[in-house]
Design a protein around this ligand. Structure first.
Ligand code: AMP
Ligand code: FE
Ligand code: FE
Ligand code: ZN
Length: 299
């Protein structure tokens, strides 16, 4: 998008509001894609990205409902893993503006979604073996065809009156550790390669969110930058101020784009749309690097 597109939004000196990470019911968010874009407009955003876990299913309904003047960036958040020989570390790779029909990427996303279903069912078996009455069929139905994840199991634990919030359901005694099972995530180097080959722009999501679990060393980000990583998410709810600063300086050193985004999940999390935003300069670099699909302005 050319800079002059922002001038109206910049009235009052506020500048454009660009949020490049948000989830819908196509994965573990609680707003439908249509509700998400309307909520983005209501929150005063100029640009919003739909980045559901391992799926592009929300793209079409979000496009159809796009309010006038709001720009939609189509993306996804890929479930990845990295290991240097020890226990694999899970990480998330945001991918923007890739070709949704790219066969290799589609196949990999389908494989991860299938693995999520098997893993979800096995988590439910573990819970049931401990006498916790949750039903896999009901949990799967609650995802309504979207990518199923632990937040859907968390919601079942809340409905059963066993916990009072998603946050509590992610404590170590529940889905955070005791009933946590791995899924078959994509090797992160392969993910970067697949996203680039599909014309997309890979940005490492919340790379230093230590409160979520183990994080990767900077050396991995250096290596990924050499093979096509374009950016890193610096401003994120799960980063402390020191972690945000660390990611920014790493981005500067490596020539990576530094982004900021809410990672909105509706009522599954407390963070609001636009709570963290990306600068127009960073956004333009992402758009300029994309070869798959373009941002779409609601008309
Ligand atoms: P999964 O993709 O099934 O491994 O579940 C991970 C998802 O759960 C993330 O994308 C978040 O949406 C959510 N999540 C992870 N940790 C927490 C937490 N501590 N509190 C609430 N939601 C969380
Ligand atoms: Fe999520
Ligand atoms: Fe994430
Ligand atoms: Zn996310």
């Amino acid at each position: 998008m050319p800079p002059d597109t922002y001038s109206a939004a910049g009235v009052g000196g506020a500048g454009p509001r660009i949020d490049l990470h948000a989830h819908s019911t196509a994965s573990d968010g609680t707003c439908t894609p249509a509700e998400l874009v309307r909520a983005a407009a209501d929150a005063g955003l100029d640009v919003v990205a739909i980045t559901d876990h391992d799926t592009t299913d929300g793209w079409e309904p979000a496009l159809r409902a796009l309010p006038p003047g709001l720009t939609l960036v189509r993306g996804a958040e890929l479930s990845c893993r990295w290991s240097d020989g020890g226990r694999p570390i899970s990480l998330h790779l945001l991918a923007y503006l890739f070709d949704p029909a790219d066969p290799a990427l589609c196949a990999e996303l389908a494989r991860v979604r299938a693995s999520r279903e098997l893993r979800g069912e096995r988590i439910v078996e573990l819970l049931r073996a401990d006498g916790i009455a949750v039903e896999w069929a009901e949990i799967l139905a609650s995802a309504a065809g979207g990518t199923v994840g632990r937040p859907h199991i968390a919601a079942a634990l809340i409905r059963a009156g066993l916990v009072t919030s998603t946050t509590e359901a992610f404590e170590a005694r529940w889905l955070g550790e005791r009933y946590r099972l791995p899924k078959e995530d994509i090797d992160v180097f392969r993910a970067v390669e697949l996203v680039r080959a599909a014309g997309g722009v890979p940005v490492f999501a919340h790379p230093k969110a230590t409160r979520r679990g183990p994080v990767v060393p900077d050396a991995l980000i250096v290596e990924l930058a050499e093979v096509g990583l374009v950016g890193v998410e610096a401003d994120h709810e799960d980063h402390s101020p020191a972690e945000r600063e660390h990611v920014r300086s790493l981005a500067d050193r490596l020539g990576l784009v530094a982004t900021g985004s809410s990672d909105f999940h509706g009522t599954h999390k407390t963070v609001r749309l636009g709570a963290h935003i990306t600068s127009p300069e960073a956004y333009e670099r992402i758009v300029a690097a994309a070869r798959g699909v373009t941002p779409v302005v609601g008309g």
